[in-house]
Design a protein. Sequence first.
Length: 520
Amino acid sequence: MNDTDMQENIGKVWLAGAGPGDAGLLTVKAAHLIESADVIVYDALISAELLSRIPQDTETIYVGKHSGNHPVPQHEINQILVREAKKGKKVLRLKGGDPLVFGRGGEELETLVSEQIPFEVVPGITSSVAVPAYAGIPVTHRDYTSSFHVITGHARKDGTLSIDFDSLVRLNGTLVFLMSVSSMEKILKGLSDAGMEPDMPASVLERGTTAGQRRVTATVGTLKAESDRAGISTPAIIVVGKVCALADELHWAEDRPLGGRQFLLTRPRQNMSVLAGKLRDLGAQVIEMPAVHTEPIFPNEPLKRALERFERHEGGKWLVFTSPIGVNVFFDTLKEMKMDLRSVLGGTGKVRIGAIGSATADALCGYGLIPDAVPETYSAEELGKNLAEMSEPGEYALIARAERGSEDLIPPLTDKGLFADDIPLYRTVYEVNPLLKEEVMRMLRNGEIDAVTFTSASTVRGFVRAMGENGIDYGSICAVCIGEQTARAATEYGMQIEIADQASMDAMVEKILELFGNKR
Ligand code: SAH
């Protein structure tokens, strides 16, 4: 390998901020990098909501603290970045907040420069401004302060702080202390000793911008006691200044319809974003952890033969779908087989279309097919009964659905004398996200997740498989389910069941609002 080859093989490092916690505060650039990086090096401040955005096949290296353990030393992190870039990789170094605000990002860049590794910096939204904003505290305000100052409260090895309190007090601006929970007492005392009024408003803001955000507002004289009473712990920032008093009036984040709520979504990735987006718009924090994914069965000879039978059948006939994915895979498969819909539907005999619920019906409408039968309640048995009622004996039903679909669909049809041709189009494969598993288990145990949503029985089984049969107390989980069949699967594990009134994402959102919505 000559020098030019070497050069070409060198990767690049993006030092990027991930924002303070709310995944919506990720920059567009950072979001794109999360999708496209070869390897992501991240630490403890990266929330589960953000981790859930990392594609499953992206390599990740965790360099933060494990409970009780020490974090990976900085020089080792520097070396990891160098090592990965030298392998020719696109390396994303993801840090909480902004990477150059108390993130030791500068040291990482110096190492990259000395090793001649190309890099870019992607600024992030820093907690020092965003966390107050989510608490209703503007860091500046014309009537109260004309500057704000961000200070580290991190103590030196001997426990002392290197803060010039006299200068700070003289500045008369808003003071924002990061990494300050353990040195709170010293900071407040330092300010008082330097002459700050003891009744100056002060706040401590814990886990800002997340569903778990908490605010304690007091004064420089009382904040320590109030904070202890509330049991505030890290990560948190201390804000000192008159603007803190505005929070009582300007608070907003927790007042959103689903503010302060966190949900775990288990649907397959291709369907995830609609429900997640709706819940986020209402102020919820949403962790997406697909418990299953689908794999189309291709080539699909049985489908080909069934379609030929369908075309030839002379009496009435039904094309039946039980999921939006089934609809999409059906049309993808037709495309792969170069089959024309007109030949499938254009044979002799009247063709009707059945759909299990409104989402499936919607998917069909997208292909120009308006279903003739959609049962009122979303269940395989109801669909079977519905179709049977509308049919004469001798009709043909081609059921295009998942492998091992519900058995309840078939008996009503065969009892009526229909010929039910059950053709698997795709299979459901259970999925575990190793990045999220431990964190999600911890959150479930701590009651940090208000509800888990399930949109099929397979998502319930996939979720239990991912968490382990005895991994968590399933009885403590509130399961918001899309239909009876899904609810039955969740009941098997003792979960507390809530069922959406209809089989649609809007109905799921409605149910969640009814259960968890702030009625403010
Ligand atoms: N680079 C980061 C700061 C890293 S230092 C930034 O720009 O935000 C870590 C400190 O940031 C924590 O000790 C805490 O004081 C603060 N912090 C980060 N995220 C926070 C959050 N969501 N809520 C409260 N404080 C946070």
